[in-house]
Design a protein around this ligand. Structure first.
Ligand SMILES: *[C@@H]1O[C@H](CO)[C@@H](O)[C@H](O)[C@H]1NC(C)=O
Ligand SMILES: *[C@@H]1O[C@H](CO)[C@@H](O)[C@H](O)[C@H]1NC(C)=O
Ligand SMILES: *[C@@H]1O[C@H](CO)[C@@H](O)[C@H](O)[C@H]1NC(C)=O
Ligand SMILES: *[C@@H]1O[C@H](CO)[C@@H](O)[C@H](O)[C@H]1NC(C)=O
Ligand SMILES: *[C@@H]1O[C@H](CO)[C@@H](O)[C@H](O)[C@H]1NC(C)=O
Ligand SMILES: *[C@@H]1O[C@H](CO)[C@@H](O)[C@H](O)[C@H]1NC(C)=O
Ligand SMILES: *[C@@H]1O[C@H](CO)[C@@H](O)[C@H](O)[C@H]1NC(C)=O
Length: 715
């Protein structure tokens, strides 16, 4: 090699020139001891004489490289046939050297850590050679191979390559991730060639999904240059793993056998014709024929992971993985990661599955190893019903005459994630505003899958609370109660946070109560019971206790039958997470906020009881708590006025123009007394929502309430 000596002075002028001419130090055929390659430094490669194969650093991402062999002429995509450091990507400027006594050694940029090496070698290396078969060899001075990549295959076999007993191919994790994956193809001591899945990271081998019929007779797996793969028996006979009736020749075609990341062993070919060089690989044979059916081990996941549906691509014979309705990918970026239900399956999630789930039919689908009960004789309906009433059951299989019917449990309203784009379309660009709340604006929308929806766009105050947001949404998503607005999904993209609720046709309680058409006394009683039941559920009956923190008529929605549905639960808590309970940061609404917020005492469910007390008086009287236009004075604040009326035994003035209520004054009195109990300054004196409900219903006697004290001081 000629040597240039450059002075600093000249280098300054040469540098720009170097940028324009790509310096490629390609070495062909033989490579001398002492040669090296540096990752990302130049484009140096070691090529085979025909230039069919290249040995060098293949760039994985911005700063990581893979020492590999690939087809040099197939420039569209890099098809590797061998790689050294799949589990340990090499950073830029890592260096590969050929040394006489250590063979190939790959070290990190600092030259400190060894990332990979060809291992112990028996003789001194005289030179290396990149062979036209795709084999990279280290040879001694008599040109005898000491080490070769053909004896250390990764996931690919090339024509003429032999896999001896003890040898194996290991799949990678995904198309572009070269870490060891879950599948392995091995030539075993017992003479068989087998394909099986392994458990990572323990490497335990699960039951094989392909076994060659060569027990006690097989010796080698050979990829014949006439395009077929076979086990050579010790007696010289061949057992064909793949047939080769439409064989293509190695002169005109590249051929390879690769264990793909989805577990399929494929034999594929690619034309060498320069004018067709941009075509893709053609699958000639796949083992097994149908991997979705063939992997049936008693343990371990199939090619698609748990709970997913595997279908075979009709031409490529490779698995396609999909989640059943109501399920979503475990890892959203990995189609093969398996699926998880979008709801809780288990005996703690709900008492009565029948209310919340239904069975969806999936013809010709089976989860082969998950059965735990067998009923006989049994019909279709009893099969479904027994699953619905069994809290451990997620799927049931039914054999009708000859058809296999599998039913899976599906949550009635799946809590999905929507994309921002979908919601923009569903709301026609956030066109129709339904209302404004303390946390954001609500828009009307419509989707094909969910029908009419209400989309709440949350204020920017939520921006910094990503993790809590997800956690809280999961809690809210699992609440099911007829007096709660049902969250059917949410969207979280960049600065946008949106909640998707079912659409409730009769708007907010505020509009109903304080509007032109006042609701009847009977309707109001129904509404007070409904809100109380919803709060009992939030406080005592769902898996994680939810304190609403912002109970007021604007947050109560009414469905078409005027049933009360509490909305916005869980949000105030989310806001409170990153806020000390100082006066300025209180998230409740003036007039409904319990005095507890202003003290250092921890906030409990009793803040909701307080707000419920205010709300109860508003429902009784059909007026706002604070209304300074009404004659001023003591009447301006309902909580004060109602207490005075109660003490003066003049409850009729509270419901003056309301004949229905006047005629039911005993019930009015009971409700007012309950409200006063709720408004007690000391949270410990306030009853629980359960007790409130029992008192409202008249099941528990209401005793005379004490003075609520200085409740006006907070307004
Ligand atoms: C590689 O070196 C060996 C041994 O010196 C020699 O026989 C062979 O011809 C060389 N091959 C090429 C392509 O230079
Ligand atoms: C290439 O490798 C094969 C073994 O894979 C060997 O038979 C052949 O002689 C090698 N060719 C050269 C030129 O070294
Ligand atoms: C490759 O897969 C492994 C194993 O799943 C994972 O740990 C690693 O982060 C992945 N690498 C990249 C770059 O995604
Ligand atoms: C195996 O395949 C080869 C190549 O197609 C063929 O010649 C041979 O007859 C096959 N052997 C068996 C047992 O089918
Ligand atoms: C193959 O694709 C590359 C890049 O798209 C293009 O430059 C080249 O001309 C193509 N070669 C043929 C033979 O079509
Ligand atoms: C309440 O909903 C019902 C059914 O959608 C509708 O007929 C009725 O007009 C609504 N009432 C009000 C006050 O919006
Ligand atoms: C609260 O939020 C602010 C930014 O909004 C952040 O800087 C701070 O670390 C957060 N505090 C806690 C305790 O999470």
């Amino acid at each position: 090699m000629p040597t240039f000596v450059l002075s600093n002075y000249r280098l300054i002028f040469l540098l720009p020139l170097l940028l324009f001419s790509v310096v490629v130090a390609q070495t062909k055929g033989n490579i001398s001891v002492g040669s090296s390659l540096t990752a990302g430094q130049d484009n140096a490669l070691w090529l085979s004489p025909s230039e069919d194969f290249a040995f060098g650093f293949h760039q994985l991402d911005n700063d990581n490289f893979l020492l590999a062999i690939w087809y040099y002429k197939l420039t569209q995509t890099t098809t590797t046939v061998w790689y050294a450091n799949g589990d340990k990507p090499a950073p830029r400027r890592s260096k590969l050297e050929i040394s006489a006594d250590r063979g190939l050694v790959l070290t990190d940029p600092q030259g400190v850590q060894e990332l990979w090496s060809s291992g112990k070698i028996a003789a001194s290396v005289a030179y290396a050679a990149m062979n036209d078969t795709g084999n990279c060899q280290l040879l001694d001075k008599n040109s005898k191979p000491i080490w070769q990549t053909f004896e250390h295959p990764t996931d690919t076999l090339l024509p003429s390559q032999i896999m001896e007993i003890g040898g194996s191919l290991s799949s990678r994790t995904s198309l572009l991730n070269f870490t060891h994956g879950r599948f392995i193809f091995r030539m075993l001591e017992d003479g068989t060639a087998v394909l099986n899945t392994i458990n990572l990271p323990s490497n335990h081998n699960y039951k094989a999904y392909y076994v060659s019929d060569t027990l006690n007779s097989g010796g080698q797996v050979i990829f014949d240059t006439f395009d077929y793969l076979y086990v050579l028996r010790k007696n010289g006979e061949k057992f064909n793993i793949t047939q080769a009736d439409d064989a293509v020749s190695t002169t005109d075609y590249y051929q390879r056998v690769s264990l793909e990341f989805d577990g399929v062993l494929i034999l594929s070919s690619h034309t060498k014709n320069p004018s067709d060089i941009n075509q893709s690989w053609t699958t000639m044979r796949t083992i097994p024929d149908n991997i979705c059916i063939e992997i049936q081990g008693e343990l371990g996941t199939g090619p698609c992971g748990y709970n997913s549906i595997c279908t075979l691509h009709s031409e490529e014979r490779r698995p396609i993985c999909n989640c059943p309705e109501g399920y979503s990918l475990l890892d959203p970026n990995d189609e093969y990661s398996g699926c998880k239900p979008n709801f809780l399956v288990g005996c703690e999630s709900s008492q009565d599955q029948e209310d919340e789930y239904f069975m969806r039919e999936l013809p010709n689908i089976d989860w082969p190893t998950s059965d735990y009960e067998l009923f006989h004789p049994f019909d279709d309906d009893s099969c479904r019903n027994s699953c619905l009433h069994d809290c451990l059951c997620a799927a049931s299989i039914f054999f009708g005459s000859s058809v296999l019917v599998n039913c899976i449990l599906v949550w009635k309203e799946t809590c999905g994630q929507f994309t921002y784009k979908e919601l923009t379309e569903a709301t026609n660009g956030f066109e129709e505003e339904l209302g404004r709340g303390s946390c954001g604006i609500v828009y009307k929308g419509e989707t094909e899958s969910s029908g009419p929806i209400a989309v709440k766009m949350l204020d920017r105050v939520f921006e910094d609370s990503d993790k809590e947001f997800k956690a809280e949404m999961n809690i809210i998503g699992q609440t099911h109660h007829k007096n709660l607005a049902r969250l059917i999904g949410y969207c979280e993209e960049k600065q946008h946070k949106l909640l998707v609720y079912e659409y409730l046709s009769n708007g907010t309680l505020a509009r109903f109560l304080f509007g032109e058409l006042k609701p009847s006394w009977a309707q109001r009683i129904q509404i007070t019971f409904g809100i109380a039941r919803g709060l009992v559920y939030l406080h005592e009956e769902c898996s994680t206790q939810i304190i609403h923190c912002d109970i007021k008529p604007q947050n109560i929605l009414l469905d078409e039958y005027y049933n009360a549905r509490i909305s916005d639960f869980g949000l105030a808590k989310l806001l409170a997470l990153n806020q000390s309970h100082t006066k300025t940061n209180i998230r409740g609404t003036k007039g409904y906020v319990a005095p507890d917020w202003f003290r250092s005492a921890p906030v409990s469910v009793k803040v909701d009881v307080y707000s419920y007390g205010v709300l109860l008086l508003e429902i009784i009287c059909c007026r706002r708590n604070v209304n300074l236009e009404i004659g001023g004075g003591e009447k301006g604040i309902l909580t004060d006025w109602a207490y005075d009326c109660y003490m003066d035994r003049k409850l009729d003035v509270l419901v003056e123009n309301d004949m229905e209520a006047m005629n039911d004054i005993k019930q009015v009195e009971r409700f007012v007394m309950v409200a006063i109990w709720c408004l007690q300054e000391d949270p410990n004196v306030r009853p629980t929502m359960k007790k409130v409900m029992l008192m409202l219903e008249g099941i528990v006697q209401v005793s005379v309430p004490p003075t609520p004290c200085s409740f006006t001081s907070i307004n």
